[in-house]
Write a protein that binds this ligand. Structure first.
Ligand SMILES: [Zn+2]
Length: 404
């Protein structure tokens, strides 16, 4: 770190939520040093840093300068913590895009609960049907349920037997279709059954947080529908379907998975599709007059770019934002974290042993708890308030969505 870099940082309101590269670099160094020494940020001083003071002022000025950037880093981190129960105050429309049917609750379940509690018109949009990640044994269990239901009803009321015959036929047809599928290579009928299993789980998960089922939208994008692991290349049709959904819901806040480490690259494809759809949706809207993160300032007058959606990038299933990268940090109480876990539990087909867990042996609900609690612990170690758990977000305008 050079004196020039320090001087750039030591200005009033230095890096706010949209930070310069130099400011981010210094914030990272402060956080790193605080962790290395096991001491809170505001307990550090000039003697804890190896700084090149080549053109440097006097010893007292150096001390004041370092004190300033320590305090600045601390205050900036503090400002990113959302203090209200709900991050946005006026009633607005909110849309959570989820690449697979469970990413929304795994990574942003706390935020979704907060938005619903805050009375916002909250929607979820599932981009792919996730059918490939359902075991055949799970499909068989659902067919068995239908089988038993038909038997029980026919026995209870023999007059129903003829009416139920068509269900029975459908059940045996389903059973044969699934039996003939190699795991991971589903025939269309098995894909449909598995898609329905995942849709019903997604609806059940968001219901746990208070969302009506009518607000769960299933795009079932064509690029994913191959019945196998290998997907088609995304096309204009995928972007068009996503754009149409934006036009229908007209969200002010859009949540997007920027968690691009999933095993088969579906998150990356979905991210690129949303970027293209959002670019089209917001084309022609007035240019933003303030950073996207200013949507969190309680007394901000709505900018002229009111209609332009604010994009919240989330992570959590495969990775997490660092505290210095995050523009907004949502604290979760013990109860709120448990409610999020309860929502993740509703994805029964992904529990115990998901078909595609990646290299991480933990279940998705465990990853969510571990990551959210680790963020909270990290803040406390830096001398910031102690919370039970925290979700982290990066807030940008659509045109600022990073390519990598
Ligand atoms: Zn996913």
């Amino acid at each position: 770190m050079t004196t020039e870099q320090l001087q750039e940082v030591v200005k009033p309101s230095v890096f706010a939520r949209t930070h310069s590269v130099v400011a981010l670099d210094i914030a990272n160094k402060v956080v790193e040093r605080s962790k290395e020494l096991g001491r809170p940020i505001l307990d550090l001083d000039v003697s804890d840093f190896d700084i090149d003071f080549a053109n440097a002022p006097s010893a007292i000025e150096r001390t004041v300068m370092v004190d300033h950037f320590l305090k600045d880093t601390f205050m900036n981190l503090l400002e990113r913590i959302i203090h209200n129960d709900c991050p946005v105050t006026r009633k607005q429309t909110v849309l959570f895009f989820s690449p697979h049917p469970d990413d929304d609750v795994i990574s942003a379940g706390g935020m979704m609960g907060a938005m619903l509690d805050g009375g916002h018109d909250t929607h979820a949009c599932y981009m792919t049907n996730g059918s490939v990640a359902v075991w055949n044994k799970t499909a068989h269990r659902h067919i068995d349920f239908l089988d038993r239901f038909v038997d029980a009803m026919s026995e209870a009321d023999p007059s129903l037997a003829s009416k139920l015959r068509s269900v029975e036929d459908a059940t045996s047809f389903l059973k044969k279709s699934v039996e003939h599928c190699e795991e991971g290579k589903d025939l269309p009928i098995a894909q449909t059954l598995k898609r329905i299993i995942r849709e019903s789980e997604a609806v059940s998960a968001v219901a746990e947080l208070g969302m009506p089922s009518a607000n769960a939208h299933f795009l079932d994008l064509p690029f994913y529908r191959t019945g196998g692991i290998k997907k088609k290349a995304p096309s204009d049709e995928d972007v068009e379907l996503t754009y149409q959904l934006l036009c229908k819901v007209r969200p002010r806040h859009v949540f997007v998975a920027a968690d691009l480490q999933d095993p088969h690259g579906t998150h990356r494809v979905c991210y690129d599709i949303i970027r293209a759809a959002l670019a089209r949706y917001s084309a022609g809207m007035p240019a933003p007059s303030a950073p996207a993160a200013s949507c969190l300032e309680p007394n901000t007058v709505a900018p002229a770019s009111e209609a332009r959606p604010v994009v919240w990038l989330y992570r959590g299933a495969w990775a997490e934002w660092s505290v210095t990268e995050a523009s907004a940090i949502l604290p979760l109480s013990r109860h709120q974290l448990q409610r999020k876990v309860d929502a993740i539990y509703r994805h029964e087909s992904q529990k115990d042993r998901a078909m595609f867990p990646g290299a991480d042996p933990r279940e998705f609900w465990q990853r969510a708890v571990d990551r959210n609690r680790a963020t909270a612990r990290e803040l406390a170690q830096l001398g910031l308030p102690y919370f039970h758990a925290c979700e982290s977000y990066v807030i940008v305008w659509p045109e600022e969505m990073p390519l990598e």
